[in-house]
Design a protein around this ligand. Structure first.
Ligand code: IYR
Length: 222
């Protein structure tokens, strides 16, 4: 930011302990219902909702407030088809030897394979791009900071917003993902970070019966 920032008062509503406790329990319960979904309905989702969940993501904190992200939201069936074909081509190679055996073993219980029909069926694909630098008028580059952290946080907030509005998503990681930059004709400073189909689950959607780690396993209080 070149210009000097002005500072304004921050108003923060005070929440007392019992209310805070209830809020924390409720929000944990809400978020614990979120699951990655691989089987989508083709039911349409209003574009304004997609805009709102993305703008929620874009409220995320970022290094020096650079907001080093672009979200491409795709509903065009032809573009979705191209993305599916390119993702499946990469995944076919991954599943038939590019992924090491222990990785394939770890994925085995989930039953994933190279077929990615959800990339055409889900009404929206959101592709998150990270910008390790901004292109400024005149063509020079302006470095961004903590780009992976910033874009990771924004994506987490996107997934939370998607869940909060009653939709489902998959954090999909076709690898390599550079086909997305080509298909979507993105500028040279944008690198694909995640591909997230968004919509409703199919009627027959199932999820693995996973357990999450306990508080004892993930928290160390000092
Ligand atoms: N990207 C592949 C493989 C894959 C990898 C992990 I780690 C997963 O949690 C799930 C899948 C795919 O999408 O099939």
């Amino acid at each position: 930011m070149d210009q000097k920032l002005s500072f304004i008062p921050f108003h923060h509503p005070v929440v007392e302990a019992p209310e805070m406790y209830h809020r924390s329990e409720n929000f944990l319960h809400t978020m614990d219902q979120r699951r990655s979904i691989r089987s989508f309905s083709d039911k349409t989702v209003d574009r304004k909702v997609i805009e709102n969940v993305i703008m929620t993501a874009s409220t995320a904190p970022s290094g020096a407030h650079k907001q080093p992200w672009t979200f491409c939201a795709i509903s065009d069936p032809l573009i979705k088809k191209k993305i599916r074909e390119a993702a499946e081509a990469e995944e076919k190679i991954n599943y038939s030897g590019r992924m090491p055996d222990d990785w394939l073993e770890d994925l085995e219980p989930f039953g994933t394979d190279w077929h990615k029909p959800f990339l055409e069926i889900a009404p929206w694909l959101i592709v998150v791009f990270k910008k390790s630098y901004d292109l400024v008028p005149g063509g020079s580059r302006r470095k961004n900071y903590y780009v992976n952290e910033s874009v990771g946080i924004a994506t987490g907030m996107l997934l939370s917003a998607i869940h909060q509005v009653g939709l489902v998503a998959l954090t999909h990681t076709p690898s390599p993902m550079n086909f997305l930059e080509k298909i979507l004709n993105r500028p040279m400073n944008e690198k694909a970070f995640l591909l997230i189909p968004v919509g409703y689950p199919s009627q027959d959607a199932v999820v693995p019966a996973l357990e999450r780690k306990s508080a004892q396993e993930v928290i160390v209080f000092y």
